[in-house]
Design a protein around this ligand. Sequence first.
Ligand code: PEP
Ligand code: MG
Length: 572
Amino acid sequence: MTDYKGVAVSPGRVIDPVKVMAPPVAEPPLNDSLPEGEPRETEAARIAESAAAVKADLEKRAEAAHGDGKAVLEATAQMAADPTLTTSAEQLVRTAGMSAERAVWEAGDQVATMLEGLGGYMAERVADVKDVRARIVAHLRGEQAPGIPFSTERFVLAAIDLAPADTATLDPTIVSALITSDGGPQSHTAILARQLGIPAVVAAKGVESIEPGTVVYVDGAAGTVTSEFGDRERELSATWYELVKNPLTYSGGGAELSDGTRVPLLANVGGEKDAALAAEANADGVGLFRTEFCFLDRDEEPSIEEQAAAYAGVLRHFPGRKVVIRTLDAGADKPLPFLTDADEPNPALGVRAYRTSWEKRSVLENQLKAIAKASHETSAEPWVMAPMISTLEDTEDFVSMARSAGVERAGIMVETPSAALTSDHLMGVADFASIGTNDLTQYTMAADRMLGSLAQLNDPWQPAVLALVGATATGARVAGGDPEAFGDGANKPVGVCGEAAGDPALAVVLVGLGVNSLSMTPRSLPAVAKVLSTVSLADARELARLAVCAPTAAEGKRTVRAKLPIIEELGL
Ligand code: PEP
Ligand code: MG
């Protein structure tokens, strides 16, 4: 087997056999009918047989699954047991002489249209019908069922990429690593892998062609996949599985550096469910609440009451703690029909995020009112910030709107090079800043963060990105009047809430650059705390200097990681 090199997006080292994700089921040709004289009754009977087999398979999988995955599989099995689809398909075979595959496909369309017409809960079942239809067609053809292969034994999942719908049924105790040929560091696969703590390599061209059953060594920190491995790799993988069995934990109160300096570790959340998990993981608060995640499926602006209830749901989990609420970051990969223009030619550079308030002022005003209302109903400490701020005028406008709505702490996200380089002015007005390294990287490197083919550029280890992080922290200290200020007590705090904060080695660099809190997926809290505990603030500053002065991202990363032995020890 050839070796594969991709982009490392979630650390960990495993050795397991590969299973390949089946490609989506292709639509049977339109004129796929039975040859003259072929008995239609026999063909129709194949449909019931395949439907029964699909139902039995889904039930078996549901039995072995837990949580959300179990519920999804149970609902799909129920749909497979519903005779509406199979009866209409059998009818099409009998009356129109269609092949069983074509008949199931068309009957699926009919049922989906009917459910859509009924609206509400029924319309939400359309995806289940299409899934069941694809499974029956695959079974009729003798093909592998679509989606994540079923197994009770551990395996490495190889795929072109994962779709959000695939992921609910992904069991991290069975899928030991994810390797995909598409996807970048911000792809769905990468984010999911980090959330679940599964080692992952993306943008590794050709991995979906690995012969199923091949035993491979995946290094999620190095971004490599190979079938050539020896005792050293076996040892490293054993250490990883030991760590999976006895995971590190985070007890809260901030990561403690070796000199006693404390760095609060916060969580990124998208709603109440995430907030509950973050509180359970002992996060010191929330560093990024992506409020748009609550309303991604909406055509209309949600009412103030509904918004307040959603925000209070998160605030409630952190009494007396800091919760950074970000106002709607609509646009680019997260369009909201009531705020953004679907026809913009270049949405990542368009009227997105805070900029939508220039035209549609009331949406931001209403959201700020909803946040103020939610704050009164709970005892958390809300900090409110706007995404995609570029200028002093943006900052003044947002801060004044927030103050008028009764928000006490109003801040900005630093996601553009412009905001980073003028942060001394912006932070003279804003109470705090949070650096969104995902967007800051894409705008600094002029590389679409959604494109797997640009993954090498979209790397927060890029020295230019790190220099901008440093410039933001320096600007904040200048604006706060205390160039030595550090920690959340600094009068102009600067956090990082992009994915960079959850990379333990990069977290050290960020702290060294003067960032005083880090926000990440709760899964990353223990490893970040552990690695930070091995350095002093002076060490972190030295490592930051090495990373910023490095000629390339790869060299900076290599140099810093080599100086943090704990990283190798834990296989991070
Ligand atoms: C970022 O850009 O780093 C960020 C945290 O915001 P989002 O990923 O939601 O754009
Ligand atoms: Mg962003």
